[in-house]
Design a protein around this ligand. Structure first.
Ligand code: MG
Ligand code: ZN
Length: 468
């Protein structure tokens, strides 16, 4: 209503400029224009979700029986783009910690920094500001809850891989959130310290199974851990839409008179990108898309809510179309029911037959593809045996993140089959500097239109919080 009044007033001013406007203006500007500010703010990070991922997801979800390519929830809410570079001492390619600090605290910092600046001094995050204003706060992620992105909203540390210290800080520096959902048993239930019990001592409900998400009572703050570190790949999980399930619980738990700030992260899009695994990437994207579709409805029912979605960077340098061929074909991705990781685990244990391999991939492999898998498996096992006997390590061994094992070589061969089938290319096992898309829904979404830097996103959220 206010907006309409203001628009009318401005129109009136323009038309009657220099005439008898004075009276009209004073009448129509009652009450004074107030920029409305959202009651609830939901920030969503698709970790690693550069623009090629949302494009790939559109074609992955396309219904080939219709003449047009259907829009996705991402297409419906695209508003702008964001640059992602860290502090320029660190060139233009960011890691997730520096990018999350930019998104949480509006500052550029070094790769690895968790809500600390270049001098390793703590910087206030939007989640902390929201809490200090009396709002409820929460985080929902598919990684461990002390991983770089959530940690950069909840904690401060000079190095993202100090996982135990970051987990400890969730209690020791004062509990910052009313709800934590994600993975992390390894870091929260340790021999030296049981942080789950400490959360319970501080009045939290604790759940460790998705089944309890619907039934757990909303009268207490909530900690839910559902995996040792990150959750299983969406493709392999008991609930392939666990991010949307957790998000539904979170919105229900956080609703209150003073509003809430919620961080949601589709954490494992990035992990699929690092491992150049397009099948798992689409599984993670589908979970995030379901989350946005739920929030699309939620925002209609709660128009005082702002939802902002972006990525912290792009991962893997993924391309849709390779080697001069004008084609990208996601057909086999649409039928896959488990991740390449899980297929490798199962094929490692048995003699590979066409029938069994087809049942695992859930599409028909060619003879060439089958023999490639068998050869890789046998050759790797032989090379490892030779190395054991001779004591001379195979030239392919010695890389910590790319171990020379039957399992890992099979995993790589499976991904090669899928990348070749789909014409998917990868140029890196790391991040790239491409700008990332920005999406927004609900109250004040237009604030995020156009080009912006990742620090601008946090600046805008701080401004909205300060106007509350
Ligand atoms: Mg992340
Ligand atoms: Zn990454």
């Amino acid at each position: 209503m206010n907006k309409i009044l203001i628009a009318l007033t401005i129109a009136g001013l323009t038309i009657s400029c220099g005439k008898e406007t004075q009276e009209v203006v004073t009448q129509e500007v009652q009450p004074a224009p107030v920029v409305s500010t959202p009651k609830n703010i939901i920030m969503i990070v698709g970790d690693g979700m550069g623009p090629t991922y949302t494009t790939a997801y559109r074609y992955f979800k396309d219904d080939p029986s219709t003449p047009r390519v259907e829009n996705t929830v991402f297409d419906r809410h695209l508003v702008g783009m964001s640059s992602t570079y860290p502090d320029t001492h660190h060139n233009y390619v960011t890691d997730s910690a520096a990018a999350a600090t930019a998104l949480s605290s509006a500052i550029k910092t070094y790769n690895g920094a968790v809500a600390v600046d270049m001098d390793k001094q703590n910087v206030e995050t939007v989640l902390e500001r929201a809490k200090s204003l009396g709002m409820k706060t929460g985080v929902v992620v598919t990684s461990q809850i002390n991983h770089a992105t959530p940690a950069s909203y909840l904690s401060h540390n000079d190095y993202r891989y100090n996982y135990n210290a970051i987990a400890d800080s969730y209690i020791d520096n004062g509990i910052q959130a009313d709800l934590y959902l994600g993975g992390g048993w390894k870091f929260f239930i340790r021999e030296d310290r049981n942080l789950v019990e400490e959360f319970e001592d501080n009045g939290f409900n604790y759940i460790d199974s998705y089944q309890l998400l619907d039934s757990v009572s909303t009268d207490k703050p909530l900690l839910g851990l559902f995996g040792d570190k990150g959750l299983p790949w969406a493709l392999d999980d008991t609930n392939k839409h666990r991010l949307s399930a957790m998000t539904k619980t979170a919105t229900k738990h956080l609703e209150n008179e003073d509003g809430y700030f919620l961080l949601i992260e589709g954490s494992q899009i990035d992990w699929a990108g690092h491992s150049n695994d397009i099948a798992s990437a689409m599984g993670e994207m589908d979970d995030l898309a379901k989350t946005l579709e739920y929030l699309e409805t939620y925002v209609k029912e709660h128009p005082d809510t702002l939802v902002v979605i972006t990525a912290d960077h792009s991962t893997g340098g993924v391309t849709l179309g390779v080697d001069g061929v004008f084609q990208w074909d996601p057909k086999v991705l649409r039928t896959m029911k488990q991740s390449p990781n899980s297929i490798a685990n199962l094929l490692e244990k048995v003699d590979i037959t066409t029938e069994y391999a087809n049942s695992l991939f859930n599409f028909e492999l060619t003879d060439e593809e089958i023999s490639k898998l068998i050869t890789v498996k046998n050759d790797t096992a032989t090379a490892i045996k030779i190395a054991e006997v001779t004591g001379i390590e195979d030239a392919r061994s010695g890389k910590e993140y790319d171990p020379f094992t039957v399992n890992n070589e099979l995993y790589k061969a499976i991904k090669e089959v899928i990348n070749a089938r789909t014409f998917t290319g990868w140029t890196s096992s790391g991040h790239t500097a491409a700008d990332v898309p920005v999406f927004a829904m609900g109250n004040n979404k237009a604030l995020f239109n156009g080009y912006q830097d990742n620090t601008d996103i946090a600046k805008k959220i701080f401004t909205l919080l300060d106007n509350k």
